[in-house]
Design a protein around this ligand. Structure first.
Ligand SMILES: [Zn+2]
Length: 105
């Protein structure tokens, strides 16, 4: 008995189990197709994440420069938090998209 990666959700499972304990996917089916479906799902999820991060980033910029004057007090904190989290989130998502693409080749 060995531990293998579930073709559907990617979690560790027993190689002798007939179905995955976490997502209930059958291992007797077409694992190649299931793997592709998982990759496509992950890719669209990452697209959504990068979109959210981008929106956060733009929101940060807008909050900062709203009304054409430098941000002060709470607005400055909120603006810079959106800016930083959006930027970092976007970078992380970009790296994950690249890694996901590289894995599929
Ligand atoms: Zn699974």
């Amino acid at each position: 008995m060995a531990l293998v990666e579930c073709p559907s959700c990617g979690k560790r499972m027993s190689s002798v189990a007939k179905s995955c304990a976490s997502c209930n996917a059958s291992t007797s089916g077409d694992t190649e197709a299931q793997r592709n479906i998982r990759k496509i799902k992950l890719a669209s999820q990452l697209q959504l994440h990068s979109f959210i991060a981008m929106t956060l980033f733009i929101a940060g910029v807008v909050i900062w420069f709203w009304g054409g004057e430098p941000a002060e007090g709470n607005r400055m904190y909120v603006g810079s938090a959106c800016f930083v989290f959006g930027f970092i989130g976007y970078l992380i998502t970009r790296v994950r998209i690249i890694l996901n693409k590289r894995k599929s080749v």
